[in-house]
Design a protein around this ligand. Structure first.
Ligand SMILES: Cc1cc2nc3c(=O)[nH]c(=O)nc-3n(C[C@H](O)[C@H](O)[C@H](O)COP(=O)(O)OP(=O)(O)OC[C@H]3O[C@@H](n4cnc5c(N)ncnc54)[C@H](O)[C@@H]3O)c2cc1C
Length: 406
């Protein structure tokens, strides 16, 4: 039976685990990457925002992303509910904050394949194309028995093994999981009119309906519906589905042609009580799950990786030490809590028929529509925590300097 020791064992080969493998290897750790062949049948796309793009660029993924990703220049939110109080349409333009785009939208199939081939080629990464079958957390190391019979140990385990995370269970971390009663229908479509780099999120009574630009005259769609209505949409033939999509989009992009089979993702929220314990640190969906609104999930997962690698580098002698895990917890808790709360609140306000919820949402959207500094703050914060306030202060300093000169 083969046995091997590593500094770090990464469990999970979704996008977050693969990115973690690249980042830990580049930081000089000897790592085991354990998980099945990365999925290339995922019909979703991911809007990777600029701060995450910069990090992926530092991992040498920049040229691939720029070649295959479609720039997201404008994001528009339209209230498509038929309620008494409706919110105004709000348009966020990257040019308003001096950026050519907020980020790039890329298909998960292409992203996963590229990350996997980069990880397989990276010196320092030893790939086990297998599943972890048993975890054994111990004093100085964690043991893992994988399906091919190999026994591995590591000082730090990075749990990137998704929303059901067996590694999280082994760490004894409790998790609060709540289904939202919604399902995301995901597909891609071509359209007669160009999208001009604009993504439109229609807010409906069952959740958001979000079109995001792809290369050429194509877009991806995440259509969140009540779970009981999902089967009916999935059973439609492509022509009927295309006319439903076109109608929902008010023919904004002209005639629609659905060119892939739709996939369904039941939605839930999930919050673990802690982000690390017993030498096991949670990242990606092992650490946070919430509905797909505002392209937050993977971007947050990439920030988990940045923080964990930075902490592990400071504790290089023992990256799984309890002081290192405590520091990781402190760094990640506010960011994750803020994103999860904001997304869940917005989602609940869409589902709620209560007038106060609609009034509150419409007041926030009106403030965003009417005041460009609030919009700018929101756009920066949407991409990275803390960057909104920094941008606001540097803008104020710039204005003061301009005043001093006059
Ligand atoms: C409809 C939809 C649209 C979205 N759009 C966006 C977007 O535009 N922007 C954005 O930032 N985010 C978006 N997200 C969120 C994003 O997709 C997730 O955050 C991301 O896919 C999570 O990746 P992950 O690697 O953490 O998990 P996963 O992709 O679930 O990967 C988990 C991996 O762990 C493996 N695994 C499980 N158990 C074991 C084991 N025992 N041993 C080894 N491996 C194991 C699995 O096989 C899998 O490979 C969206 C989500 C949804 C549902």
């Amino acid at each position: 039976m083969e046995r091997a020791e590593y500094d770090v064992l990464i469990a999970g080969t979704g996008p977050v685990g693969l990115i973690a493998a690249l980042a830990f290897a580049d930081a000089g750790f000897r790592i085991a990457l354990v998980g099945p062949k990365a999925s290339t049948s995922d019909a979703r796309t991911t809007a990777v925002m600029n701060p995450a793009l910069r990090f992926l660029d530092s991992l040498k993924m920049g040229p691939f992303l720029h070649e295959h990703g479609e720039p997201l220049k404008t994001m528009r939110i339209v209230d498509a509910t038929s309620r008494l109080v409706r919110s105004p349409t709000v348009t966020f333009r990257a040019a308003e904050i001096d950026m050519p785009a907020f980020g790039l939208n890329i298909t998960n199939a292409e992203l996963n394949a590229a990350l996997e081939s980069a990880a397989n080629a990276r010196p320092g990464v030893v790939r086990y194309e297998s599943m972890v079958e048993r975890w054994e957390p111990g004093e100085g190391r964690v043991g893992a028995k994988i399906a091919d019979g190999t026994e591995l140990t590591a000082r730090l385990v990075v749990a990137a093994d998704g929303r059901s995370s067996p590694a999280r269970l082994a760490a004894g971390i409790e998790v609060d999981v709540r289904p939202t009663g919604q399902t995301a229908i995901v597909l891609a479509f071509s359209h007669a009119r160009p999208h001009s780099g604009i993504s439109t999120e229609f807010h409906t009574e069952s959740g958001p309906f979000t079109q995001v630009p792809l290369a050429g005259d194509r877009s991806s769609l995440v259509w969140v519906v009540k779970s009981q209505d999902a089967a009916e949409l999935l059973a439609l033939d492509r022509n009927e589905l295309a006319s439903r999509v076109e109608r929902q989009m008010r023919s904004m992009l002209g005639r629609v042609t659905v060119d892939v089979d739709p996939q369904a993702y039941p939605l839930s929220t999930s919050r673990p009580r802690r982000y690390a314990d017993k030498r096991i640190a949670l990242i990606g969906e092992a650490a946070h799950v919430f509905p797909p609104i505002g392209a937050q999930g993977l971007n947050l997962g990439i920030r988990d990786v940045e923080s964990l690698v930075s902490v592990a580098t400071r504790y290089r002698g023992d990256p799984g030490a309890s002081a290192a895990l405590a520091e990781y917890e402190v760094r990640r808790r506010p960011d994750v809590a803020m994103r999860a709360n904001a997304v869940n609140l917005l989602n609940r306000s869409l589902l709620s028929d209560l007038l106060p919820a609609q009034l509150a949402r419409s007041t926030v959207f009106e403030a965003l529509r009417a005041f460009s500094p609030i919009r700018a703050l929101f756009m920066h914060e949407g991409m990275r925590p803390g960057s909104g306030l920094r941008a606001l202060f540097s803008l104020k300093a710039r204005d003061r300097r301009a005043e001093d000169r006059t």
